[in-house]
Write a protein that binds this ligand. Structure first.
Ligand code: HEC
Ligand code: HEC
Length: 192
């Protein structure tokens, strides 16, 4: 049995191994191995449609996993995957990735948009996306150095209503133009 995802072929062995009921409980490192193909061994994303998990708050990772598991958060892959993990395993995974070092991503961004985004973020986003998006507190994900295509996909899902947008965040995003929101994503993608 193999799982295919956007050209990426994953042997499900690692996942079954991590999620299965084996005699000795899996260590956080062992559990995290099943995430490495997409999120990197130390939580640095392996590709442009996947987020880095390194240095995210434990709460943000755990909350996201629970929302994927219940189907509350839209996903291409995580919904199916999260169902294989118990709450205790999700806690262990959150602990593992939150302890990894911030992962800078080298990618191409539009300089003019970065400058525009930089001028907008303080007034509109910095209350929750702290320290230029490098610091995620509580349930707020780290935005800095995430892949631009990933951020753009998530923003498109929020704007179309496919992903439930936090109420207080929507108060900020609603009055903004699509261009300004995109400029903000270029800014966050550029932060190292
Ligand atoms: C086959 C690739 C793949 C694997 C394996 C995978 N993920 Fe993901 N992950 C994704 C993608 C893609 C997303 C974006 C949501 C979606 O479309 O599913 C994501 C999103 C996430 C998010 C949301 C982060 C944010 O910034 O909002 C968390 C948390 C997460 N994954 C945790 C995990 C954990 C923990 C594992 C291992 C148990 C794992 N993922 C394994 C591809 C993967
Ligand atoms: C009141 C707090 C708050 C404000 C203000 C806010 N956000 Fe957020 N943002 C959040 C939270 C919480 C999440 C995770 C929510 C979830 O799980 O759906 C999030 C998630 C995101 C994500 C998805 C990232 C990921 O990895 O899943 C994007 C993109 C984003 N915000 C952009 C912005 C932009 C751009 C602004 C400024 C215009 C902004 N946010 C203002 C709280 C906020």
């Amino acid at each position: 049995m193999r799982m295919r995802w956007r050209g990426l072929t994953l042997a499900t062995g690692a996942i079954l191994f991590a999620a299965g009921a084996h005699a000795a409980p899996a260590t956080p490192e062992m559990l995290a191995n099943a995430c490495a193909g997409c999120h990197g061994t130390y939580g640095g994303s392996a590709g442009p449609t996947m987020p880095s998990l390194a240095n995210q708050s434990k709460t943000a990772i755990v909350e996201a996993m629970k929302k994927f598991k219940s189907g509350e958060r839209l996903s291409s892959i995580m919904g199916r995957l999260a169902k294989g993990y118990s709450d205790a395993q999700i806690e262990a995974l959150g602990g593992y990735f939150s302890a990894q070092k911030f992962h800078p991503t080298v990618q191409t961004v539009d300089k003019a948009k970065v400058a525009r985004g930089a001028s907008l973020q303080e007034a509109n986003c910095s209350r929750c996306h702290l320290d230029d998006g490098k610091d995620g507190k509580d349930d707020t994900p780290v935005m800095a150095s995430q892949w631009l295509p990933y951020l753009q996909m998530q923003m498109a899902d929020y704007l179309s209503g496919k992903r439930k947008i936090p109420e207080k965040m929507e108060e900020k995003t609603k009055p903004m133009s699509r261009e300004d929101l995109d400029a903000l994503l270029h800014f966050y993608a550029s932060v190292k």
